[in-house]
Design a protein around this ligand. Structure first.
Ligand SMILES: O=CC(=O)O
Length: 313
């Protein structure tokens, strides 16, 4: 693939851009006035697409690139790639699992602590000088809470391990019961939500898990329950979440992802029981570099006809 074209869909990592430029003919989609302008001149030059959580490779892009052979995603999530289309056309797909697991799991725990102990509100309390007028009110303990995890894959398991170290009782919901864990398994999400105090969404976004957190699940979690989402915004029916928080039917939420990010429902901005992050689960310098290296290694392996490091298709 040395002389062939790689299309980056979005600015995702300047390190990755630099490394791709050294090895391939790199096209940066955002440097063109429109997709149509890019395609008019370059559609036949692109053999690989590097996408991310914002712009991946949808059916339209895939169909517009007649020589496309590979999609290498700078993400673990695959929801922005039309996998069925790739499969039909024999296009290989890779992602960046494992290297980001620790960061995302760390952030999930951070959100639990931040929501329950009101860390962001406390920070504002100190900065605004309010502390001089009196102490901050009491908050809620995290250690020992029962934590329910939706999706016990790599990230879900890493969250479970961390929460266990805080003395939390772990339960989970997934399509099937996992062997070799002593966590309690629930075969339906309503039972999980009814039996935990903190519910964490850590599954992949698929047709089946779209809006897996709906009004009923939120009500089952209840007015003392905390919802944490480090998955995808579309796992949650966001208007239902907003109304549950506004009406006090849910105790709080820690959200790294949103249905229409970067647009976040403004009703959430005034709520002290909510912590809002700009989809930064895996965004540490160390992990960003490891993800970029994995993208490059997959592209190089493909060009040398070697086995892909992290193949999806
Ligand atoms: O959201 C982050 C990822 O999918 O890598």
């Amino acid at each position: 693939m040395e002389t062939t074209g790689v299309l980056m869909t979005n600015p995702m990592s300047s390190y990755l851009e630099g490394e791709l430029e050294k090895r391939f003919k790199l096209f940066k989609l955002w440097h063109y006035p429109s997709m149509a302008d890019f395609l008019r001149e370059n559609a036949n030059s692109v053999k690989a697409v590097v996408g991310d959580t914002k712009i991946g490779a949808d059916a339209q892009l895939i169909d517009s690139l007649p020589r496309l052979e590979m999609v290498a995603s700078y993400s673990v999530g695959l929801d922005k790639i039309d996998l069925r289309k790739c499969e039909q056309k024999g296009i290989r797909v890779t992602n960046t699992p494992d290297v980001l697991t620790d960061d995302v799991a760390d952030l999930a725990i951070g959100l639990m602590l931040a929501v329950l102990r009101r860390l962001c509100v406390c920070d504002g309390f100190v900065r605004s000088g309010s502390w001089k007028k009196g102490d901050f009110r009491l908050t809620t303990k995290f250690s020992g809470k029962s934590v329910g995890i939706v999706g016990l894959g790599r990230i879900g398991s890493a969250i479970a391990k961390r929460a266990q170290a805080f003395g939390c009782k772990i339960s989970y919901f997934s399509r099937s019961e996992k062997p070799c864990t002593d966590y309690k398994y629930y075969s339906n999400i309503m039972d999980l939500a009814s039996n935990c105090e903190v519910l964490v969404v850590a599954c992949a976004l698929t047709k089946e898990t779209h809006h897996i957190i709906n009004r009923e699940v939120i009500n089952a979690l209840g007015p003392k329950g905390i919802l944490i989402n480090i998955g995808r915004g579309r796992h949650i029916d966001e208007p239902e979440l907003v109304s549950a928080l506004m009406e006090g039917r849910l105790g709080g939420a820690g959200l790294d992802v949103f249905e229409k990010e970067p647009d976040v429902p403004e009703e959430l901005f005034g709520l002290e029981n909510v912590v809002l992050l700009p989809h930064v689960g895996s965004d540490s310098l160390e992990t960003g570099q490891a993800m970029a290296d994995l993208v490059i290694q997959n592209l190089e392996a493909y060009s040398l006809k070697k086995p892909l490091l992290t193949p999806v298709i």
